[in-house]
Design a protein around this ligand. Structure first.
Ligand SMILES: [Ca+2]
Length: 555
């Protein structure tokens, strides 16, 4: 097993505050443009609070006239502040625009939008101007194809004023959308995107490839990475230490991402205090799929992680790389990790029997696994750390069932639609159906409790949809979609029958004129499910006095 090192060249070491559990921008949303927080009390808040508190009270506090004067003074002050502050602007960047590069942009202000035309830009940039919760700075690609930022030939060594990434974000409330990054190389950790000391950063619909590292961050909180592909990053010059994602700081959330083929390291590695992996697809790393290890931030209580609805697939790894690591929760540099990894409704596929699915290797690190599918290796557990327990997990009959796992579901095959093609949706006959707990709970980085039931499903690739519900949850990342009629109506002499059914499965539509006789005739057979509405025309059915329908799933 290879030794793992801390992030090099960390940013300022002061810890970032924990994010509000209620999310962003609730109060700031009512502020005028570019107002600094707390420079004045908000007009709306001060006014409504005062009247609400004093309603019906006489002879106590300022008179109504005094309050009205105060109100108008506050309005005028707010207007002056708004009028004096820079106005949000939209900048167009492109070969034919006034700003041919992002390097030519002026200093940005809160609310500014940068729209970038499709082209390849051979440049790198540090983003140092902050947005606000109400007015984030948005940098986005527009047009038919994502603009590509290619760092080939650029120096990304992190020696100021140079960045250590294609885009290095060093301020709060910035969104990067619809962009591609590639070829950041410095011999070990040139990144596609690096966030350092920037809170509330969002990366969405981006693609990062062929860098030493895909995304890195440190000394930040509330990083959100959504619907982004991060693949084929890594360098042989930093073999075993360069990853598709290498995060730190206080908190990060990944959802609907496709993270695959980390060339010389892990697909996802973090040292953050708190991590959410929700409905992602991770596959084929060279050295480990998910590593949640230690730093100063994980010594605090509530250093939890939650994984819900992910599909994670490993391949047989090359000689010289870690052949057993799949998900590791704990430490790799001797620090503390005081928290629990909650793994709920994931589908875990090992491409190699040497894989140990779950390992915890710090005394304070605990793993709770519920409603998952483990396939491809019989080694469910590696090292145990602070303890690994589970309920309602599917595993192969030949697996070593941990003594701390209860209500396990054993079988020879979980009943995937097409495992070889990696379609891990369930067939109707799957033994994973309706075997899961219907109540799950996890704690976030502040210790607050949340339901851990999966509400969504990952859709190949970078998409998502609501998870179907039949009242009894299935094991794994996908719920079997029970066929259901959505409409039956007459059209001339025909009857049009609409129903929904799961892709990867086949169905027969049958009819009868007499339920009591239970004699069913085929209307259509071998109908492939689509995950959408299927319409079958029953010719001349409208001429019959009555007709009943049913859908039968196979196998
Ligand atoms: Ca079900």
């Amino acid at each position: 097993m290879k030794r793992r090192r801390f992030l090099k060249q960390r940013g300022p070491s002061s810890p970032s505050p924990l994010p509000s559990p209620e999310g962003r921008g609730r109060i700031l949303a009512s502020r005028p443009a570019n107002r600094k927080p707390s420079s004045f009390p908000s007009v709306a808040r001060g006014h409504s609070l005062s009247f609400g508190e004093r309603a019906g009270v006489r002879g106590n506090g300022p008179s109504l006239l005094t309050k009205c004067r105060s109100f108008f003074v506050a309005v005028i002050a707010a207007w002056l502040s708004w009028a004096a502050s820079p106005r949000a602007a939209t900048y167009q960047v492109g070969p034919t625009r006034s700003y041919p590069t992002v390097g030519s942009l002026p200093t940005l202000s809160p609310g500014d939008i940068v729209e970038i035309d499709p082209a390849t830009y051979n440049e790198v940039k540090r983003w140092t101007a902050p947005g606000t919760a109400a007015q984030p700075i948005i940098v986005r690609g527009v047009g038919a194809a994502r603009p590509v930022f290619d760092a080939t030939g650029q120096t990304v060594d992190g020696v100021l004023p140079r960045p250590r990434a294609v885009f290095q974000v060093e301020a709060d409330y910035i969104t990067l959308a619809n962009l591609e990054f590639q070829n950041a190389r410095n011999g070990d950790n040139g990144a596609g995107i690096r966030v350092t000391s920037g809170n509330n950063i969002t990366v969405t619909n981006c693609r990062i490839t062929m860098c030493d590292m895909g995304i890195m961050c440190d000394n930040n909180s509330n990083l959100v990475i959504a619907a982004s592909e991060i693949a084929s990053n890594g360098t042989a010059l930093y073999d075993g230490y360069s990853h598709n994602l290498y995060l730190g700081g206080t908190s990060a959330t990944l959802r609907f991402c496709y993270i695959h083929d980390s060339l010389n390291g892990q697909n996802f590695k973090t040292r953050a205090h708190y991590t959410e992996l929700l409905y992602n697809y991770l596959a084929d790393s060279q050295d480990g799929e998910v590593g949640l290890v230690d730093a100063a931030e994980t010594a605090a209580t509530n250093s939890h992680a939650v994984m819900i609805g992910n599909i994670i697939i490993s391949k047989p790894r090359l000689s010289g790389y870690n052949s057993g690591r799949f998900i590791q929760f704990g430490q790799d540099s001797g620090g503390q990790h005081n928290g629990t990894l909650y793994a709920f409704n994931n589908t875990f596929i090992a491409g190699d029997g040497r894989i140990q699915f779950l390992s915890a290797n710090a005394t304070g690190a605990v793993v709770v696994a519920q409603n998952n599918v483990f396939y491809g290796s019989g080694q469910i557990l590696g090292t145990l750390g602070g303890g690994i327990s589970g309920t309602n997990n599917w595993m192969q009959s030949t697996a070593t069932v941990p003594a701390t796992f209860y209500a396990s579901v054993l079988g020879s095959d979980p009943g995937f639609v097409n495992r070889a093609a990696r379609d891990l949706h369930l067939i109707g006959a799957s033994g994973c159906r309706n075997r899961a707990l219907n109540a799950l709970q996890y704690l976030d980085g502040t210790g607050a409790a949340h339901s851990g039931l999966p509400a969504l499903e990952y859709v190949n690739h970078l998409q998502n949809r609501p998870r179907p519900s039949d009242g009894q949850t299935d094991l794994g990342a996908y719920e079997y979609h029970v066929p259901a009629f959505s409409a039956i109506r007459l059209s001339g002499s025909d009857c049009l029958v609409d129903f929904t059914a799961a892709s990867g499965n086949q169905y027969d539509l049958q009819s009868t004129s007499n339920l009591a006789r239970s004699f069913w005739l085929p209307v259509a057979t071998n109908i492939p499910g689509t995950d959408g509405t299927i319409r079958i025309t029953d010719t001349n059915a409208a001429t019959q006095p009555k007709r009943f329908y049913r859908v039968q799933a196979f196998p």
